[in-house]
Every structure is written in structure tokens, then in C-alpha cells.
Design a protein around this ligand. Structure first.
Ligand SMILES: Nc1ncnc2c1ncn2[C@@H]1O[C@H](COP(=O)(O)OP(=O)(O)OP(=O)(O)O)[C@@H](O)[C@H]1O
Ligand SMILES: [Mg+2]
Length: 275
């Protein structure tokens, strides 16, 4: 599969804070890629570097085979960060109309109608943004992100601060767009979301990627065998040598079973180890 985003040894420092430290990334066409990491890990900084909003100190980035600062890239990508870009005093329709002009969309009336339909905001088209609920605003931001049919989406915490039902709707939208061919790069703090939505994830901690792979691979590689003896339980990695050694030392074994961690457990283990 082709790499639609590629970063080599990407580094960015703010003063004495190393926000990103020699980071390598490869996003393949058609995948939903989850970029996970604790607050301050460097996720938003990465998105800014990949979307031509920030220059790196060093390293290489190509997006759709080009430099992210090249002028024609902006029309081919969709970026969703937060709600600050909406015009509160304008209606839902007017907000999209403005962006349709910026993107030079032809047949914009029909395009806006179809996009509003996709995010289930058609009935609210004439409402002022200030009167919308948080979930509706989030869906409008999403509508704006996909209005120009970008093949590549960068979604920075698309479901943050949403109630579970609205978050589900946003996830459904992401899945649908992905099925229709869009490649998605998303950040999230929600590990269940990453597990359910993403084909591959990378775990970022303090500016470095500490692990990457499919959620299944990550969970499998952190699988543990639990050996129960009279003295108590001990956890051993699923690895022949370690297992035999522990069994040799364990005394009378009462029970052996294996436990697969959740993605959340993997995340917590890896980010704790790195501190
Ligand atoms: N413009 C800036 N000036 C100075 N420091 C910055 C700037 N942008 C980010 N940083 C710092 O870089 C580090 C990474 O920030 P970043 O916003 O990329 O983290 P994040 O992973 O997106 O966190 P969160 O999950 O809270 O959104 C942090 O220490 C942050 O304080
Ligand atoms: Mg962020």
C-alpha cells in the first residue's frame, strides 16, 4: 500500500520543550490511523507539522507525495481541531457557504445540502451557530472539514467533550467516510474508541513514538500469563524463557491463565514506564 503521509525523524522544539523528538510515521492510503498519547505528548504539534501549519526544526515530511506547505495540498486535506473556527452569529448554512467559497466549490448549494444531510444538520441549516448544542457544533465543524471532499482527514480529538451518543455519531461518520475512501489520521484520549475505530495506532509519549501497530498486535504483545500459587499471583510476559523460569521458581502452582490487556492497559503501562 502507498504511504499517503510519511514523516522521517521529525523534530520540533519550543524553547526548551522538545515537543517532538525524531518521530517517524507512515500512514497508508485508506486506513484510520490513531495517534495516541497523554496530554502534552506532541500530538497536535505533529498534526500542525503534517498540515503545513508549523515548520519543523529538522526531519522530512511528505503528504500526498508533496511538501505539506505546497499550495495545492490544502484543498486535498481536511483538518478538524476545535470549534473556535465557527462564526457564532452566522447560520449553519452561511458558515459552510463561506468555506465553499474559500475552497472554490462548484455547485455549492447542492454540495452544502448533501454535507449537512450527512452530518444530520439539514434541519438546523437556518439556525445561528450560537444557538446550537455542543454536539451540533461539533458536527458542523465536521461538515466544514469534509465539505471539499478531502481524501485525507486530520482529526484532532474529534469526539472530545461529547456525550456518548454524539461521539458515536461522529465515529459512524468517520467510518463511513473511510469506507468511501478517505484516509484518516486522528488523535484521541479514548482508548476504547481507538481500539474500535483504528486499523493502526501509534503511541506517543514525550515526543517519541514508543509503540505502533494494530490494536490487536499491541494487545497481544503485552499479553501476560498469570501464575497463581499459595503465595499469591505473579504476572509473566507471554514468552517461553520467562515463563519456564517463573514456573521453576513458583513452587506449587494452583492455576495458570493468560490475560490480554485492553489498549488502555497497554497505554498506561507504556506511558508509565517512560516517565
Ligand atoms: N506554540 C507553542 N509554544 C510553546 N510550547 C508549545 C507550543 N505548542 C505546543 N507546545 C508544547 O509542546 C508540547 C506538546 O504539545 P501538544 O499540543 O502537541 O500536545 P498534545 O499531545 O496535543 O496534548 P493534548 O492531548 O493536551 O492536546 C507541550 O509541552 C506544549 O506545552
Ligand atoms: Mg492536542
Amino acid at each position: 500500500m502507498t504511504n499517503i503521509v510519511k514523516a522521517d525523524q521529525l523534530t520540533k522544539t519550543f524553547g526548551n520543550v522538545k515537543a517532538l523528538d525524531h518521530c517517524d510515521l507512515e500512514i497508508k492510503k485508506g486506513e484510520i490511523f490513531g495517534y495516541l498519547g497523554p496530554s502534552g505528548a506532541g500530538k497536535t504539534t505533529t498534526i500542525k507539522l503534517l498540515t503545513g501549519q508549523l515548520h519543523s526544526d529538522s526531519g522530512e515530511v511528505t503528504v500526498l507525495g508533496k511538501d505539506p506547505f505546497s499550495p495545492d495540498i490544502k484543498k486535498k486535506i481536511g483538518i478538524m481541531s476545535d470549534m473556535s473556527g465557527l462564526y457564532e452569529k452566522m447560520t449553519v448554512y452561511e458558515n459552510l457557504d463561506l468555506f465553499a467559497d474559500i475552497y472554490g466549490i462548484r455547485d455549492k448549494k447542492e454540495k452544502i445540502r448533501r454535507t449537512l444531510e450527512a452530518v444530520e444538520l439539514l434541519d438546523a441549516a437556518k439556525k445561528k451557530v450560537e444557538k446550537l448544542s455542543r454536539g451540533m457544533k461539533q458536527r458542523l465543524v465536521f461538515a466544514r472539514t469534509i465539505l471539499h471532499d478531502p481524501g485525507l482527514l486530520f482529526l484532532d480529538e474529534p469526539t472530545a467533550n461529547l456525550d456518548p451518543a454524539t461521539a458515536d455519531e461522529i465515529r459512524d461518520l468517520i467510518r463511513r467516510l473511510n469506507r468511501e475512501g478517505a484516509t484518516v489520521f486522528l488523535t484521541t484520549h479514548n482508548m476504547e474508541e481507538a481500539d474500535e475505530l483504528c486499523h493502526r495506532v501509534a503511541l506517543l509519549n514525550k515526543g517519541s513514538i514508543v509503540e505502533s501497530g494494530s490494536p490487536e498486535e499491541l494487545k497481544y504483545s503485552h499479553k501476560r500469563v498469570v501464575i497463581t500459587t499459595k503465595e499469591g499471583k505473579r504476572e509473566v510476559p507471554l514468552e517461553r524463557e520467562a515463563l519456564l523460569e517463573s514456573l521453576g521458581q513458583a513452587g506449587e502452582v494452583l492455576m495458570i491463565h493468560s490475560e490480554e490487556p485492553s489498549l488502555r492497559d497497554v497505554f498506561l503501562t507504556l506511558t508509565k514506564e517512560e516517565q
